[in-house]
Design a binder for this molecule. Structure first.
Ligand code: HEC
Length: 203
């Protein structure tokens, strides 16, 4: 206990005195970091663009309740399609407070989500990315912030349309993804890139 306390203190001093946040779970040459970042950003932007386009059309033509169907039936499908289009990569959306149990974080995603939350607590800012290297692959994580439109389905149930709340309750009886406020850290997009792809591009 005492030892853990001293260890924590030293880690804290090191963290603050160096003022340096480690954005990856290993040391990497800057060139490699840049390549992974570019790859991850491109893929996440593509997926965000597709999801937003779909959501906007659905909200306009079907209203909030109808748009839930689009999110629940199409989000995973769209994610898969974008990954296949780019090729060789995997994309997943995950969060500590997930709505669909299929989006539950695994061990490594839990570590990444904790990094974002811890850094936000300590610096007041959501860090722009996180990279992990695990068994022959890189994982790039892009954080997602809650915007106005998200509150329609992820806000405080008391101020949401009761029909939306009811529909969500039916589809996701164990929904954890409500109660968010504007600007909150919502979760991440994870882009997995095989090490070979990065190595090839480094040549
Ligand atoms: C019309 C309702 C609706 C709106 C608006 C909406 N979402 Fe969602 N969101 C959902 C549904 C439904 C799911 C579950 C999707 C599934 O089953 O894969 C979901 C899932 C997610 C997930 C995956 C993790 C999880 O909880 O399962 C993230 C991340 C997410 N939403 C972020 C956002 C963000 C950020 C916005 C705003 C830009 C937003 N959502 C707007 C309905 C919505």
């Amino acid at each position: 206990m005492k030892r853990a306390g001293i260890f924590g203190l030293i880690t804290g001093i090191l963290f603050f005195s160096c003022g340096q946040i480690q954005y990856a779970n290993i040391d990497m040459p800057p060139k490699r970091v840049k390549l992974i970042k570019d790859f991850g950003e491109d893929a996440s932007k593509m997926i965000l663009k597709e999801l937003k386009k779909e959501l906007k059309t659905a909200l306009k033509t079907k209203g909030s309740v109808g748009a839930i169907d689009v999110c629940s039936k199409k989000a995973l499908e769209i994610t898969q399609e974008v990954a296949e289009e780019i090729g060789d990569i995997e994309i997943k959306r995950t969060s500590f407070k997930y709505r669909n149990p299929k989006n539950r974080p695994d061990r490594y995603e839990t570590e990444a989500l904790s990094f974002f939350e811890k850094t936000l607590r300590e610096t007041g800012k959501i860090p722009p990315y996180y990279i992990q290297k695990i068994n022959g692959e890189y994982r790039y994580y892009k954080p997602l912030k809650v915007q106005g439109v998200c509150l329609t389905c992820h806000g405080d149930p008391k101020s949401m349309d009761p029909r939306v709340v009811e529909k969500l309750r039916q589809l996701y009886p164990e929904d954890k993804a409500t109660g968010y406020k504007l600007g909150d850290f919502r979760g991440v997009i994870r882009v997995t890139i095989p090490e070979d792809v990065i190595k090839k591009s480094c040549l």
